[in-house]
Design a protein around this ligand. Structure first.
Ligand SMILES: [Fe+2]
Ligand SMILES: [Fe+2]
Length: 257
């Protein structure tokens, strides 16, 4: 986890979410956990199809999150002064973000043709490797460059507030006034909001229905999908929101409202 930390609270939080999304991939195939040499061919075609659908949704969530995250970092980079070293950084950093998105897109096209297991392993390796290297090569220096070049801007406070206003208007802002317990609560809100934002549209719908006390069959009927699909969404919601019970989820939902 440490290697994804830059020292900027906002970026670190986004990296942690990204990391947990990639983590989802590592626990994607239950067969693989039982037998490391398991082959997809051993699964029924229905199961393979379900896996393909789940993988496709994980891929699209990851892509959406990466685009949002890259936008955030780009706005941050745009504030760097026009020095040769800053410009070199911006160019390389942007290209690296575009590169991983291209790779992800390429892999996602293959989701329908290749075995889900092979795609999952490929995606996991590509993104995990990228994330670690990228943070060390570009994200941490981004924060560092901001600190050296713009001493008057507090990258962890003012800038985050500014970006919240322009890039993530729904995100609660950290203000310098929020100290002590108030600050801790703000951080908690920010963390929960970040987790919630990483949910897909379908997962958000499931989230609110679970919170309102609906059972899986009722949710399935309300959304016009199978109970199994709801179970998958429910598991993803629990994982991403980092809760183990409905009660915990309700508590987090209360903080979101
Ligand atoms: Fe980056
Ligand atoms: Fe990043």
């Amino acid at each position: 986890m440490k290697k994804y930390q830059t020292g900027n609270a906002e970026i670190d939080q986004q990296h942690a979410i990204l990391d947990s999304m990639v983590g989802q991939l590592s626990v994607f195939c239950s067969e693989l956990k039982l037998d490391p040499d398991a082959k997809c061919e051993k699964c029924s075609s229905i199961k393979r199809q379900q896996c393909t659908v789940t993988l496709a949704s994980i891929t699209s969530e990851l892509t959406a999150f990466l685009i949002g995250h890259a936008t955030y970092e780009e706005k941050m980079m745009a504030l760097l002064p026009d020095t040769p070293s800053c410009q070199t950084h911006i160019k390389g950093h942007k290209a690296a973000h575009e590169g991983i998105l291209r790779q992800l897109k390429k892999i996602s096209i293959e989701v329908v043709n290749k075995s889900p297991q092979a795609i999952c392993t490929q995606m996991f390796q590509v993104i995990r490797n990228w994330l670690g290297e990228h943070v060390a090569k570009f994200d941490s220096p981004l924060v560092g460059l901001g600190k050296i070049a713009l001493p008057e801007i507090d990258f962890d406070g003012e800038l985050v507030a500014m970006l919240d206003e322009h890039v993530f208007p729904n995100r609660p802002t950290i203000t310098k006034k929020s100290l002590g317990t108030e600050f801790a609560l703000e951080r908690k809100k920010l963390e929960i909001r970040g987790r919630f934002e990483s949910l897909s549209t379908a997962q958000r719908a499931v989230f609110w229905l679970v919170v309102s006390g609906k059972k899986n069959p009722e949710i399935a009927e309300a959304l016009g999908v199978t109970v199994n699909t709801i179970k998958t969404h429910r598991a993803s919601v629990f994982h991403k929101m980092e809760v183990k019970s409905v009660l915990e989820l309700v508590k987090k939902a209360d903080i979101l409202r």
